[in-house]
Design a protein around this ligand. Structure first.
Ligand code: XMP
Length: 514
């Protein structure tokens, strides 16, 4: 069910952190883009009739042994090419120029002066723009056949064009929102230079997906968690296969507050899906008893989830298909289509489904990014409150309760997290945050309530901003919001005596505390 790349853009993945972002930006222009391995042969790109190729950035040095080079034929063909950062340096090297390891990294916002408004910079006014740079190596000599389109203090060749060809290179990152006119620069390349077709829209995707999914024979089972991905996958499938879809919500006892009620109300009552609710919380608590190691907690929750799921499928089956809300970055990052950055995470979307089940796996969202899934969910009638929900890990609160999962810590973690979400929501800041929650360990501190000393748990609040969860920055909440979170937690959550705020970004920390 992969969309046709003909007339679209291939983004070759050289391992840069913004490779996905390039793809998303191109799709935002209404043009389908796919992230392909860096060494995709020119022959394949031509056979797929792509309108153009964008080479992503990457962490290597073009002269380093084993550095990903891609098919050199790309630079000798007729295909339009835009090299970004590392991709640009490869282009310079391929045409006989020189790239040198810089003494200093050029990092952050940089003023780029435009020397030539044709091509990439068409319609960009003012003669200069602020661009996002992140590189140590630079092109120090460009081949004669290249014309300089723009320069900066640190990069005399900040943007170039190969004369007589539709090949462009930029040292900066037009895909990053900090680059002024970045979208216009990408649009100039994609729409004007490549003449790519604007055929990508969520309405179109929805129509095609329903048409294809409706050809599935037999019954479909879909685990729903209340999260965006599984909810959208379930509603999409129900549109296609009607009452041959059965959804199951497994209450692990490790979920956020009010999750079951939300699923009942939105998927069940409002959208009319058939959802079975299985309360397995005691089983999860039993299996987690005495388990303190984070990885072991992940393994135990995954195993119990798989067991409960398998029992349900056995009792209510047979089901021919198993639907999962896997997204495009999960597909790429689990190495099923790999760039040099290959396997980054092996997170499961649904807390670890059994591998022994003889069901055909259906992943209707596997071509989509999260923001596209949200848009699709809107078209399918899912409420805003579901669509903007923060991501939540499969093992749930088991990785937000440090040490052994006890009913006391679980209740504190859940109650405090609900307050963090409510306060941000009231302040209109919920959607700005990537995730916002509280976690709790075994640290007990002394407090006073009236004249009484209270010895209770210390809760840590974590609010982070992120584009894709791969990197994250802690949110600079204003003092009034922090004050409200803190006082509500200590007043309203029994057993919570003190509140701390986590000031760590990712890297070096991860988003989840465990
Ligand atoms: P970390 O903690 O690795 O998380 O910075 C990145 C994103 O992934 C989510 N996450 C998980 N999701 N199973 C999941 O389904 C897991 O075991 C898991 N661990 C982390 C996390 O919430 C964040 O959005």
């Amino acid at each position: 069910m992969e969309p046709d790349l003909a007339g679209g853009i291939a983004v070759l993945d050289f391992g840069g952190q913004y490779a996905h972002l390039i793809c998303r930006r191109v799709r935002g222009l209404g043009v389908y883009a796919a992230l392909l391995p860096h060494n995709t042969p020119l022959e394949e790109l031509e056979a797929r009739r792509v309108a153009g190729v964008i080479l992503s950035g990457g962490p290597s040095s073009v002269y380093a042994p084993g550095a990903p080079a891609g098919d050199p034929g790309i630079f000798g063909g007729e295909l339009p090419v835009l090299g970004i950062c590392y991709g640009y340096q490869l282009m310079v090297k391929a045409h006989g120029g020189e790239v040198t390891r810089g003494e200093r990294r050029e990092y952050g916002r940089t003023r780029v002066r435009i020397a030539d408004n044709r091509g990439l910079f068409e319609g960009v006014e003012g003669g200069s723009l602020e661009a996002w740079m992140s590189h140590s190596d630079s092109a120090t000599k460009i081949p004669q056949a290249m014309e300089v389109l723009a320069s900066s203090d640190g990069s005399p060749y900040a943007a170039v064009k190969l004369s007589g060809h539709r090949q462009y290179g930029v040292q900066f990152h037009p895909e990053v929102s900090h680059t002024e006119n970045g979208e216009a620069i990408l649009a100039n390349f994609v729409l004007k230079v490549c003449g790519a077709e604007r055929r990508w829209s969520m309405q179109g995707f929805l129509r095609r997906a329903v048409e294809e999914l409706s050809r599935l024979d037999g019954r479909v089972l879909c685990a729903v968690s209340g999260g965006v991905d599984s909810s959208v996958a379930a509603v999409l499938l129900s549109k296609a296969v009607g009452d041959r879809l059965r959804c199951v919500f497994i209450d692990t006892g490790l979920l956020r507050a009010g999750e079951k009620e939300k699923v009942e109300a939105t998927l069940g009552r409002d959208l009319g899906l058939s959802v079975a609710f299985v309360d397995a919380s005691e089983r999860f608590m039993g299996a987690l008893k005495g388990v303190a190691d984070p990885e072991e907690k992940r393994r135990v929750t995954g195993k119990v989830f798989a067991d409960v799921f398998e029992e349900f499928a056995g009792a209510e089956g047979p089901f021919e298909h198993l639907a999962q809300g896997t997204l495009y970055p999960d597909v790429i990052e689990s190495g099923r289509s790999s760039g040099p950055a290959a396997v980054i995470k092996t997170h499961h979307n649904v807390g670890g489904l059994p591998s022994g089940l003889s069901m055909h796996v259906v992943e209707p969202l596997r071509e989509l990014y999260k923001d596209e899934v949200r848009e699709l969910g809107g078209l399918l009638g899912l409420p805003e409150s579901t669509l903007k929900r923060h991501p939540f890990p499969g093992p749930g609160l088991a990785v937000r309760v440090l040490g052994e999962v006890t009913p006391e810590k679980l209740a504190v973690c859940r109650g405090a997290s609900r307050i963090v979400e409510e306060v941000l929501e009231e302040a209109g800041m919920y959607s700005q945050a990537w995730q916002a929650f509280a976690y709790v360990g075994d640290d007990r501190v002394t407090g006073v309530l009236g004249d009484e000393r209270r010895y209770g748990l210390q809760v840590v609040v974590k609010v982070v901003e992120s584009v894709d969860g791969m990197t994250a920055d802690w949110s600079r909440l204003d003092p009034a919001t922090m004050e409200k979170i803190s006082s509500r937690i200590t007043n309203e959550v029994p057993g919570a005596v003190a509140v701390a705020y986590n000031l760590s970004s990712k890297p070096p920390a991860t988003i989840e505390p465990q």
